[in-house]
Design a protein around this ligand. Structure first.
Ligand code: BGC
Length: 771
């Protein structure tokens, strides 16, 4: 934007002129071209201030009110929020944003009321959970994170934004950047896994994908880093539960991906349902004012989670809505999502002098700023273009893009005897399992705008390969009755019809491909589980088939790490196929047949059993890390190994990679130096392939104890058969320090170990000293 130089008097005259023009514009809602030009020359902050100066208290509080639309519901049905009341409030200018309104026609209608029927004509933010796509779905975010392919992840968010924006949406409630170490928690499907370094890179990629580099374009939308903060540490993995964690975990593990999102320019944050160390976070001044808006200088706004201002009452932190409003507003929750608390309480609270109007002004400024940045004041209907809607949603190029990221998200967990890839001809294959022909589960849980049963199933994907004889047998039902986003899933535990037929089929074939795992609605919000084995009768089916044919390729479809110890011991080939979205079956088939050589790596540890949880790669040593005296007095379980079933960073390929010439270039460094680390990676197998080369450090002694390993670098490298590449990493203060218990980032002198390899348990090791 051009800068205009002017003296103070000229500036004041111009400001008055603009205010008059703006007033006229808002009243008539018809801005002339030249008037718009003048407006655009003024900074967003000036435009916000001039609008704020015209607003009544009611209109300001109205901007802090976010209503759910009239159809989809993504939380408990609110009390007292009838459609009639919402329309009335909309017309009065008492609504700042809406969620779950989609489709140009619908969005246009509410936007029209806001812009053309209210006194000031302030446009609405239209929010939606565009979590891994709109209509054309990418893999669930946890799966995508397994690609470690930041470009692919960014592109997937771009596709999501392109489709959602074409449907009138200008704000997504994503990315979720909650780190979690607990696969019992159903929402791990929505995040980047357990590691703050990987999680931060992914947070950035997703924010940039959604927001692009020009937010005023009609295919970029405002992103929302959620859920701030520590929601992923809910006790016992139980949804909406208490979180009680120490300062070190908060600063070193939970906050980094949020900071990365803020640094990448994310426009909004969403707070969370949990309490943190005794304070419901929606009412946490420490998180929202001190850290986010204070230390981090975040100038966007914070939206509450669905009715979470209300929930401060149920936490036992406020006695009624009035007190909840006081706490949340003071704490810096700017926008009330479907809580009806601010709209009912705040005006009076300000009039009584209990809540300062400056708090309201600050919140409204932040909200208006995002609306200006989206270009909504220049054209409130910028996202409401029917042609764009018709042409973009479900476009073939989006199917290609989500297929690409789906293939990259698949993780080859085990491949004994190179059972995979499958031969393309002359084989008899039985495809067995309740998820084999399922076109619904691969869509995952967050797929409100997508049509049910529209994913390509594994059966359909495999049918593309016609050189083999393929038969299909469901084996057993996974669920009973209908499934829906808001309902509990009923799992079949009694009906064994189909097992015998599947076993008979397995007896006569060369290879059995079994597709087992979780139904799409078994993970996601409100979907915590205490058993992480194969649900229902699937384990029984697996063992029955194994008894007659051990040549089994197990394809898992699931939204979280599973505890599949028996399968790992017995089944020769296991493919983690997650919930891969619209193109799921094609992606899986291409991997099974070797048209795509898998390169995914686990973003989250797979436990042997639920009792090991939380289990994560970057744990602390403890004071008794190993058995030195052959007795029980060391940190372990008596009934299961300390190691995970599959570690963080694990994932195989159809080829093999050899690491050599691992070098830390120097042995002693000063704090502030940049340390060069190099390693040669060679493709030693029979296929071209990709490897995620991972770099970990261990700070051996710290004023705050340090994890046994911490990921500090990775590179996704493509290698042709026989090819060698030298990979270089740099370690500097950014990688070598940590947050102390005062929340300060420090780098300490001391001895460090460095590890490089294809997973977090790599043994290739070197060291250096920081003086
Ligand atoms: C979820 C949020 C979501 C919101 C709106 C809440 O229940 O926790 O992640 O964005 O609903 O659908």
């Amino acid at each position: 934007m051009k800068t205009i130089l002017m003296n103070r008097n000229q500036y004041n005259v111009l400001l008055i002129l603009i205010m008059v023009l703006c007033f006229l514009g808002c009243v008539t809602n018809k801005k002339s071209g030249s008037q718009m030009e003048v407006m655009k020359e003024i900074s967003v902050d000036q435009r916000v201030d001039s609008l704020l100066a015209k607003m009544t208290l009611e209109e300001k509080v109205g901007q802090m009110n976010l209503y759910n639309g009239f159809w989809d519901v993504t939380g408990p049905t609110p009390q007292g929020g009838s459609a009639k009341l919402k329309y009335e409030h909309l017309k009065k200018g008492w609504v700042g944003a809406m969620l779950n309104i989609r489709g140009v026609e619908n969005v246009k209608e509410v936007q029209r009321i806001a812009v053309e029927e209210t006194r000031l004509g302030i446009p609405l933010l239209i929010g939606f959970d565009v979590i891994h796509g709109y209509k054309t779905l990418s893999p669930i975010p946890l799966a995508e994170s397994a690609s470690w392919d930041l470009e692919a992840i960014r592109n997937s968010a771009r596709v999501a934004a392109t489709e959602a924006s074409a449907a009138g949406i200008n704000w997504t409630f994503a990315p979720m950047v909650d780190i979690s170490r607990d696969p019992r928690w159903g929402r791990v499907m929505e995040g980047g896994g357990e590691d703050p370094y990987l999680g931060s890179k992914i947070a950035k990629a997703r924010v940039l994908g959604f927001q692009g580099n020009d937010l005023t374009k009609n295919n970029t939308i405002a992103a929302c880093a959620k859920h701030f903060a520590a929601y992923g540490f809910s006790e016992a993995g139980k949804e909406y539960n208490t979180v009680d964690i120490g300062t070190s975990t908060l600063y070193n593990t939970v906050l980094p991906p949020f900071k990365a999102a803020a640094d990448s320019g994310v426009k909004t944050f969403m707070n969370s349902f949990n309490e943190l160390n005794g304070v419901p976070v929606t009412g946490s001044e420490f998180l929202q004012r001190d850290i986010l808006k204070g230390a981090w200088d975040f100038d966007g706004f914070v939206v509450s989670d669905w009715a979470s201002i209300n929930e401060i009452i149920f936490w036992g932190h406020a006695k009624d809505k009035r007190q909840a409003a006081i706490i949340a507003a003071r704490a810096g929750s700017d926008l009330d999502m479907e809580g009806h608390v601010y709209i009912q309480e705040l005006v009076q609270l300000v009039q009584e002098g209990v809540v300062q109007e400056s708090i309201i002004d600050d919140a409204v400024r932040r909200i208006l700023k995002v609306k200006f940045e989206l270009g909504l004041f220049d054209n409130p209907y910028t996202y409401c273009d029917e042609t764009n809607e018709k042409e973009n949603i479900g476009h073939t190029k989006h199917h290609e893009a989500v297929l690409d990221v789906a293939k990259k998200s698949i993780v080859l967990l085990k491949n004994q005897g190179n059972l995979l890839p499958l031969q393309k001809e002359g084989q008899k294959i039985a495809l067995i399992g309740p998820l084999a022909a399922d076109k619904n589960s691969p869509l995952g849980s967050w797929r409100i705008a997508s049509d049910d049963h529209t994913a390509v199933s594994v059966l359909e994907g495999m049918q593309q390969y016609t050189g083999n004889t393929l038969t299909h047998h469901k084996g057993v039902e996974l669920v009973v009755g209908n499934t829906a986003f808001i309902e509990e899933v009923q799992i079949n535990t009694t009906n064994r019809t189909g097992i015998d037929e599947a076993v008979a089929a397995a007896q006569t074939v060369d290879v059995v491909v079994m597709v087992l795992g979780e139904h799409g609605f078994q993970s996601g919000e409100g979907r915590s589980r205490t058993h992480l084995d194969l649900p229902g009768l699937q384990q029984e089916l697996l063992e029955a088939v194994y008894a007659v044919n051990q040549n089994i390729v197990l394809v898992l479809n699931n939204g979280r790490p599973l505890a599949i110890e028996w399968a790992t011991e017995h089944i020769p080939a296991i493919v983690e196929g997650w919930q891969l979205g619209t193109q799921s079956g094609n992606a899986i088939a291409q991997v099974l047949y070797g048209d795509y050589n898998p390169s995914g790596k686990l973003p989250m540890t797979f436990p042997r059993n639920v009792g090991q949880i939380p289990i994560y790669y970057n744990y602390k040593s403890t004071g008794r890390p190993v058995d030195t005296n052959d007795n029980v007095f060391w940190s372990h379980y008596t009934d299961v190994d300390n190691t995970p079933l599959y570690p963080f960073g694990h994932g195989l390929s159809y080829t093999t990679f050899q690491y050599s010439n691992f070098k830390v270039h120097g042995t002693e460094f000063k704090i502030g130096d940049t340390i060069k680390v190099t390693v040669d990676v060679t493709n030693t197998g029979d296929y071209d392939g990709k490897e995620v080369v991972q770099l970990y450090i261990r700070d051996l002694f710290g004023s705050i104890t340090r994890p046994v390993r911490e990921l500090k670098g990775f590179e996704l490298v493509s290698l042709k058969k026989g090819e060698t590449k030298t990979i270089e990493f740099k370690l500097s203060n950014k990688e070598l320090g940590f947050f102390n218990n005062q929340g300060e980032y420090i780098v300490e002198a001391g001895d460090f170990e460095v590890f490089v390899g294809g997973s977090s348990i790599t043994s290739l090791q070197s060291s250096f000293t920081l003086k």
